[in-house]
Design a protein around this ligand. Structure first.
Ligand SMILES: *Cc1c(COP(=O)(O)O)cnc(C)c1O
Length: 241
């Protein structure tokens, strides 16, 4: 089987899973977007996914994503793609991320938000981007913010800060369910935080939740964006972020 056929098949399977999850949750499949997480996979794979109709791609390392986005722009110059940073981000990478990312889903501190806002300003001044940066606040769902994400109790204040920062467009929240345990309580907690943020900021409608292994549970709890890597592209080397 060619790589294209391979990807077409797994994309069909993921779309079927999503459709089934939406059906059983009584939700409209149009409410849940599919973000293909392409970390560790080459731009050639992204190009094939573009040909198959995908437009949103997630990456977790700036060093890998910047060159990949540039390569894709050469492979598929006309494609309307949006790259989203989903991994942990150090502030000193903000300037680089502002060149390639339409969105950052992993904002978890006021300092990172401020660094990104400055970077967006600089990128605009340099003619490297025209749009604001869409921002999701990453919420820690395992009680251990050392692994990324801010504590649920700190989210409303961070939301206020991002919403008031020029260059940033607060769109919602993101969460990663803890490994090896039932993801339902984590997604339920994320959904509560999301409602609170949405009450305060009506434009913040996004709940990014669910990956290859737990997208059904995430859809039950209101996910509007599933981030799928393995189920689409296959296994990654174990040490990948
Ligand atoms: C790698 C990654 C994913 C995709 O995970 P899979 O289990 O391969 O679908 C989703 N979200 C984040 C933040 C990731 O780093």
């Amino acid at each position: 089987m060619s790589r294209r056929e391979d990807l077409a098949r797994s994309l069909d399977a993921v779309r079927e899973r999503l459709a089934a999850a939406c059906r059983s949750a009584g939700r409209d499949p149009g409410e849940v977007r599919l973000l293909a997480v392409t970390k560790t996979f080459p731009a050639a794979d992204v190009a094939l996914l573009v040909d198959l109709g995908l437009t949103g791609f997630g990456e977790s390392r700036d060093q890998e994503a910047g060159p990949k986005a540039a390569e894709l722009a050469e492979l598929r110059p006309a494609a309307p793609v949006g790259w989203e940073m989903v991994g942990r981000l150090q502030r000193n990478k903000s300037r680089s991320v502002a060149r390639w990312a339409a969105a950052v889903q992993s904002v978890d501190s006021p300092r990172l938000a401020d660094a990104l806002a400055r970077a967006v300003g600089a990128a605009r001044d340099a003619g490297e981007r025209t749009t604001e940066l869409a921002v999701l606040l990453q919420v820690s769902l395992d009680g251990d913010p050392a692994r990324g994400g801010c504590l649920p109790a700190d989210v409303p204040a961070l939301a206020e800060r991002v919403a008031g920062t020029p260059g940033l467009d607060l769109r919602g929240v993101m969460g990663i369910a803890p490994l090896d345990v039932d993801p339902e309580p984590a997604f339920a907690a994320l959904s509560q935080v999301a409602s609170r943020v949405h009450e305060d900021h009506p434009g913040a409608v996004e709940i990014s939740a669910g990956m290859s292994g737990d997208l059904e549970a995430a859809v039950r709890h209101g996910s509007t964006c599933v981030r799928v890597g393995t189920a689409l592209l296959g296994g990654r080397p174990l040490a990948s972020p």
